[in-house]
Design a protein around this ligand. Structure first.
Ligand SMILES: NC(=O)c1ccc[n+]([C@@H]2O[C@H](COP(=O)([O-])OP(=O)(O)OC[C@H]3O[C@@H](n4cnc5c(N)ncnc54)[C@H](OP(=O)(O)O)[C@@H]3O)[C@@H](O)[C@H]2O)c1
Length: 364
């Protein structure tokens, strides 16, 4: 007999189908069962389209025809996120659940932007928290935006064994293997914005788009490229301005950028160093859930100092970059209570000839 956990796992795997398309909405999956057999499946495909619950109910009608309504009245629903109870681009799912008489609803994770379905719906048996950790992990960007008012921030760094991220000359291309570089393209495709500093743009002139991720090209929505140009270095002729990705530049009124394609956000000079405020702007004004940082040590260390890095993805190549190498962090020990920053190792895997290490900073 299939357990409730197994049904919720299937709902989670349905939710994941929306990885590249639901933004800024969360990924949500839904299963409807009758006598423990699945009679409907649904997932949220993209913002503005039907929600997972409504799509699963429709699937029951498609599968069972005239028997659908009476089956729904005896059915159980498994949904990975609390059903919405407010009207957005589509009517509230809570109404559809009530209308069709679904008797029991399993919910994996609560949604604090909603009205508390479990508290309000007294006639429905509700079980909350089944696979909550997994469901929150799946939508960690969405939860960060609605609960912390900032995106979930991942920093990607490619290093040699000696921590070098670039040669003394500033050159940093091809430190890591082709497999790792492809993985970075995947990270770009699955994050909603890529954030970097003028140091990286001026030295490397990268395009920062996702070109070789393994995902279908027409599935990929290019990340928004975000740069802080507080000293007006950028001219608008750099590569980031001539790709199919949108760009957003935080700069001062003396900016030299003339690119009509780029969005320019003019700020006071002192605010251009305020990374918390910039991340809040990305969250509140641009509805960005996830940011990938691909910078040198200056931006990286400033983010680290503000405790803004949630996860670090380190690709470590079996290479030494030599005496004059640039390293990925030179954080300022005098501003901290401890002289080290501890990182918890979340996973280590092979990436071609490199190691891919996922780390979580422990700021306590
Ligand atoms: N291996 C890798 O994974 C990797 C990835 C990216 C870059 N790199 C290498 O890193 C090197 C560039 O390093 P970088 O440190 O100069 O680049 P960066 O961190 O990308 O940019 C640094 C610049 O950003 C500006 N900035 C704006 N706001 C800032 C803030 N709040 N805090 C700090 N800086 C801020 C500063 O310039 P202003 O003071 O003029 O505003 C600063 O010089 C290049 O050689 C590149 O190849 C390596």
């Amino acid at each position: 007999m299939t357990s409730p956990t197994e049904h919720m796992l299937e709902a989670l795997s349905l939710a994941k189908k929306g990885l590249l398309t639901t933004r800024p909405n969360p990924m949500v999956g839904c299963i409807i069962t009758l006598d423990n057999k699945i009679i409907g499946r649904g997932w949220h495909k993209k913002a503005g389209d039907g929600h997972a619950e409504v799509n699963a109910i429709q699937d029951v009608f498609d599968n069972l025809g005239p028997q659908a309504q009476s089956s729904l009245e005896r059915s159980e629903m498994y949904v990975t996120l609390e059903p919405c109870s407010t009207s957005g681009q589509t009517p509230p799912c809570s109404e559809a659940i009530k209308k069709h008489g679904i008797k029991k609803v399993y919910i994996a994770s609560r949604d604090s932007s909603q009205n508390g379905f479990a508290k309000k719906e007294k006639d429905i048996e509700i079980v909350e928290g089944l696979l909550e950790v997994e469901a929150r992990e799946l939508n960690r960007g969405f939860f960060s935006r609605i609960e912390k008012n900032r995106p979930f921030i991942t920093a990607k760094i490619a290093t040699g064994l000696d921590g070098g991220i670039a040669l003394g000359s500033g050159e940093s291309k091809w430190i890591t293997s082709a497999v790792s570089r492809k993985d970075v393209h995947k990270l770009r495709a699955t994050n909603e914005a890529v954030f970097t500093g003028t140091g990286t743009i001026l030295k490397d002139d990268p395009s920062l788009t996702s070109r070789d991720s393994g995902y279908e090209r027409d599935e990929i929505k290019q990340p928004l490229i975000v740069v802080i140009d507080r000293n007006n270095h950028l001219t608008g002729t750099e590569k980031i301005f001539s790709t199919d990705a949108k760009t957003l530049i935080f700069t001062s009124e003396d900016s030299k950028i003339k690119s009509p394609k780029s969005e320019i956000c003019i700020m006071k000079k002192e605010d251009l160093g305020n990374l918390k405020q910039i991340m809040k702007y990305l969250s509140n004004e641009k509805l960005i859930n996830t940011v990938l940082v691909e910078s040198g040590s200056n931006i990286f260390d400033s983010l680290l100092a503000e405790e803004l890095i949630d996860e670090l993805v380190l690709y470590q190549a079996p290479k030494l970059l030599g005496k004059d190498r640039k390293t990925f962090s030179k954080f300022d020990q005098t501003s901290r209570k401890l002289s080290t920053i501890d990182l918890e190792v979340s996973s280590i895997s092979d990436s071609g000839e490199d190691k891919k290490i996922i780390l979580i900073p422990n700021y306590k």
